[in-house]
Design a protein around this ligand. Structure first.
Ligand code: PGA
Length: 266
């Protein structure tokens, strides 16, 4: 039986609490009864809606995630969000090192590493995002970029906490983001392209953390995953789920991806 984790990353797309509550209500209604034990689903609304969405999905199988987090508990850090605030809202997961954080807001691997450690210390499951840009891909740098991101972002993590980590491989060129990809056409990785990198990541994790841990870390694919392409991607052995932006913004678009995971997980 394969295990999948499907995440909805709402980014800064749903700005009004009422709207977030309505989408979450619809998603919970559509998927709660069909979700199986081996498919986990989380949604990551904006901070303003975290608590309300948390209340909506409380008692359902849906999980809540933060989109980012600071690596200190509290203090004079204007504009940041504390891990305790995420926990208070009901979060179980936190997305860290998303390429929009790295490329637009200048987050570095060592900064992200501190966040990963803090999340683990607090009992939040980090979804660590990695991925190369179109330029890095063209220059044949993909594997080097990914290896560096993994090694630095996961430096000095206690062995017993490693099984809490999820990796999201999100090639930047595949993310539906005109800001990050102003000059290139955005296209989803083909199953072959994605498979090559997922196999590479799996080997890297096994080399770094040993068979036991490395084989079991879930690796999501992200970047324009949607109903029409999800099955081909999720079918690949080392793709253990998806991190979905645009196609997680309505139950209608999100549900078919979850259904594909349920089908493949049987
Ligand atoms: P997308 O975003 O599905 O809209 O391409 C994915 C992500 O950035 O997590």
């Amino acid at each position: 039986m394969r295990k999948f984790i499907i995440g909805g990353n709402w980014k800064c797309q749903v700005t009004i609490v009422e709207e977030a509550v309505s989408i979450a209500t619809e998603i919970a209604k559509e998927i709660n009864d069909i979700l199986t034990e081996n498919v986990e689903v989380f949604i990551a609304p904006s901070y303003n809606a975290l608590y309300s969405v948390g209340q909506v999905i409380k008692g359902t199988k849906l999980k809540l995630a933060g989109q980012n987090m600071y690596f200190r508990d509290k203090g004079a850090f204007t504009g940041e969000i504390s891990p305790d605030s995420l926990l208070d809202a009901g979060c179980e997961y936190v997305i860290l090192g998303h390429s929009e954080r790295r490329r637009i807001f200048g987050e570095t691997d060592s900064y992200i590493n501190q966040k990963v450690k803090k999340a683990l210390e607090k009992g939040l499951k980090p979804v660590l995002c990695i991925g190369e840009t179109a330029k890095e891909k063209e220059e044949g740098q993909t594997e080097t970029v990914i290896q560096t991101q993994i090694e630095n972002s996961l430096a000095d993590i206690p062995q017993e906490q490693l099984n809490q980590i999820i990796i999201a491989y999100e090639p930047v060129w595949a993310i539906d983001n005109k800001f990050l990809n102003p000059d290139s056409e955005i296209k989803t990785a083909t199953p072959e392209e994605a498979e090559k990198i997922h196999v590479f990541i799996r080997k890297l994790l096994i080399n770094k953390f040993g068979d036991n841990v490395g084989k079991n870390i879930l690796i999501q694919y992200g970047g324009s995953m949607k109903a029409s392409n999800c099955e081909g991607l999720l079918n690949i052995a080392d793709i253990n789920g998806g991190l979905i932006g645009g196609a997680s913004l309505s139950a209608e678009k999100f549900k078919p991806i979850i259904e594909a995971a349920i089908k493949l997980g049987k």
